[in-house]
Write a protein that binds this ligand. Structure first.
Ligand code: DLZ
Length: 196
């Protein structure tokens, strides 16, 4: 019988052509580092190459939506300035002087998916509730506004132990949730291309 919880039966997708960014907060580093490692492991297992994985950081989870938005926009600018997106027809019809202005560096395409990772641990004040709510809405907004899948790697835990468990560092044998986020990024990156 399939487990009740979790993403169901594993799907296999070929992520070999994908470019993926992981952006993570630096608060609660022990848990974060493990989640990032898990996400990266799944990306590599899904066929994404090391050079197509970019890892960036922000101070805390609150900065994640802004970080995702700017990172994606920068990758689009980078892609247009390196010639990615210029069609073969455009290239054929370009004059010699056009081509001499063309960039020589290897083209980098925009990210196909971005994984946002943060760990919010509830404290004594309302801080946790405000940040969790703002970040959740911010990440949803940026993915719908930009059209790039943003994988929700935000742990909102009541205790440090709950965070350690979900990073695969606890005693209960719970798996590293970062691995799920890496697989989700490969799946959504591939499906986004199919659905374009
Ligand atoms: C300030 C703060 C607190 C108290 N707790 C966390 C946390 O548990 N996890 C996290 O990622 N960030 C935390 N931060 C930092 C905020 O997310 C943010 O970086 C600062 O308020 C600056 O905008």
């Amino acid at each position: 019988m399939s487990p009740i919880k979790g993403p169901g039966e594993a799907q296999t997708h070929d992520g070999s052509g994908l470019r993926v960014a992981i952006i993570h907060a630096r608060w609660n580093a022990t848990i974060i580092d493990q989640l990032v490692a898990g996400a990266k492991k799944s990306l590599l297992a899904g066929g994404v190459t090391e050079e197509n994985i970019t890892v960036e950081t922000v101070p805390g989870s609150y900065e994640l939506p802004f970080g995702v938005q700017r990172l994606y926009a920068a990758s689009q600018v980078q892609a247009s300035s390196t010639g990615e997106g210029i069609s073969a027809t455009d290239l054929l019809s370009a004059s010699t002087s056009d081509l001499s202005k063309a960039p020589t560096s290897s083209p980098k395409k925009p990210f196909d998916a971005i994984i946002a990772i943060g760990v919010l641990i509830k404290g004594a004040t309302m801080h946790f509730e405000y940040i969790a709510d703002a970040v959740s809405h911010g990440l949803m907004r940026v993915q719908l506004d930009s059209g790039v899948p943003v994988i929700f790697g935000l742990l909102t835990v009541l205790t440090e132990e709950q965070g350690l468990e979900r990073a695969g560092l606890g005693s209960s044998g719970m798996h590293n949730h970062g691995e799920d986020w890496g697989s989700a990024a490969v799946e959504l990156g591939v499906k986004r291309r199919e659905w374009s």
